[in-house]
Ligand binder design. Structure first.
Ligand SMILES: NC(=O)c1ccc[n+]([C@@H]2O[C@H](COP(=O)([O-])OP(=O)(O)OC[C@H]3O[C@@H](n4cnc5c(N)ncnc54)[C@H](OP(=O)(O)O)[C@@H]3O)[C@@H](O)[C@H]2O)c1
Length: 316
């Protein structure tokens, strides 16, 4: 195992701090779910550093505020929006086909968490796995020609510490025979995101493409929309009156976007691939999935190849 990569940035560094002095003029970057939450702050920081950022969202009008902010505040880069529903692979294919020119970085950021009931995508996959993983897999593989064109493109897979306790169940990945559990489903989808980066690192290195995964930290955002108040309170994310509160270890959105921007655009990550980061540092491996860091099952090349095969078979 090579030495863990460390950077000068602490856990509460902001995306702007990570990109200070980095000029992204001429770089074209796609951020899924880039109109709000961590994705919105990721897109903003990248555009402030000069990148031409496309935010891919279910409702492109949701990006209007960001587009206007870019104009009003005179960001050196720009923001544009396009339509994407990760759970509908036809919209994914349409976006990939319509993309012209190089793509320097894809930030696979959009996500959903803890859907109370088992829902399936149009492809028949469990909805969190379909949105958080399969849609991004389809998007990245569809955009492969554009990533190749960039010369040294990067894929950033936004995962979560929730991946650790939930290896993919290859016998029943979509809860056909085992009872649905919303946290298991979320955790597996986030393990799949790490495995996606590992699979890309194994296949696309000769094209100069790197792929890494990350945990952004704990951030109060729209992600918790499917949690009832009792659950949110038990997690420490809301007070007794239902107001959202930040625990000391929580990050704000600008801090939550920092590791995204580090992986997408920092020179410190040049040539680095197939790894997992948290708090702007590479994480150690935890063999049994407990504690902090990245679980061994999520970095396992055999699991990555097996999942790659499943996803490829699901593409239209
Ligand atoms: N917040 C945390 O504490 C935390 C911790 C660990 C990992 N993460 C990860 O960080 C990422 C960003 O989360 P966040 O906290 O910023 O949550 P958020 O505020 O809910 O943002 C998620 C974004 O994903 C988009 N999205 C959801 N379903 C989509 C679909 N089918 N197609 C396209 N876009 C879709 C949403 O767009 P709409 O506006 O269309 O819904 C939204 O812009 C997620 O991958 C999440 O798992 C977050």
């Amino acid at each position: 195992m090579s030495e863990l990569l460390s950077t000068p940035f602490g856990p509460k560094a902001t995306a702007d701090e990570v990109l200070a002095g980095v000029d992204l003029t001429g770089k074209r970057i796609l951020v899924t779910g880039g109109a709000s939450g961590i994705g919105g702050e990721t897109a903003a920081a990248l555009a402030r550093a000069g990148a031409e950022v496309t935010v891919a969202v279910r409702d492109p009008a949701a990006a209007d505020t960001l587009v206007h902010r870019a104009d009003r505040e005179g960001w050196s880069g720009q923001i544009r929006a396009c339509r994407l529903d990760l759970a509908d692979l036809t919209t994914v294919r349409d976006l990939a086909r319509a993309w012209e020119g190089p793509l320097h970085a894809l930030v696979a950021n959009a996500g959903i968490m803890a859907l109370p009931d088992l829902v399936r995508s149009t492809a028949g996959w469990e909805m969190q796995m379909a949105t958080n993983y399969l849609g991004h897999f389809a998007l990245a593989t569809g955009l492969l020609p554009a990533l190749r064109k960039a010369g040294a493109a990067r894929v950033v897979a936004v995962s979560s510490g929730a991946h650790r306790g939930h290896p993919i169940d290859f016998d029943d990945p979509h809860f056909d025979t085992t009872p649905y559990d919303r946290w298991v489903a979320y955790g597996r989808s986030k393990a799949a995101d790490v495995l996606m980066a590992v699979g890309m690192a194994r296949r696309w290195a000769d094209d100069g493409i790197t792929a890494n995964a990350l945990m952004p930290g704990w951030i109060n955002s729209g992600l918790q929309r499917h949690l009832d108040l009792k659950t949110l309170q038990a997690m420490g994310g809301a007070d007794e009156n239902g107001n959202r509160i930040d625990q000391p270890h929580y990050k704000d959105l600008r801090q939550g976007a920092a590791t995204n921007t580090l992986l997408a655009a920092s020179p410190l990550l040049e040539g680095v691939t197939g790894r997992y980061f948290e708090d702007n540092q590479e994480s150690p491996v935890t063999a049994d999935g407990t504690g902090d860091g990245v679980a061994a099952h999520a970095l396992d090349p055999g699991n990555a190849d097996r999942l790659w095969g499943l996803a490829q078979a699901a593409l239209p």
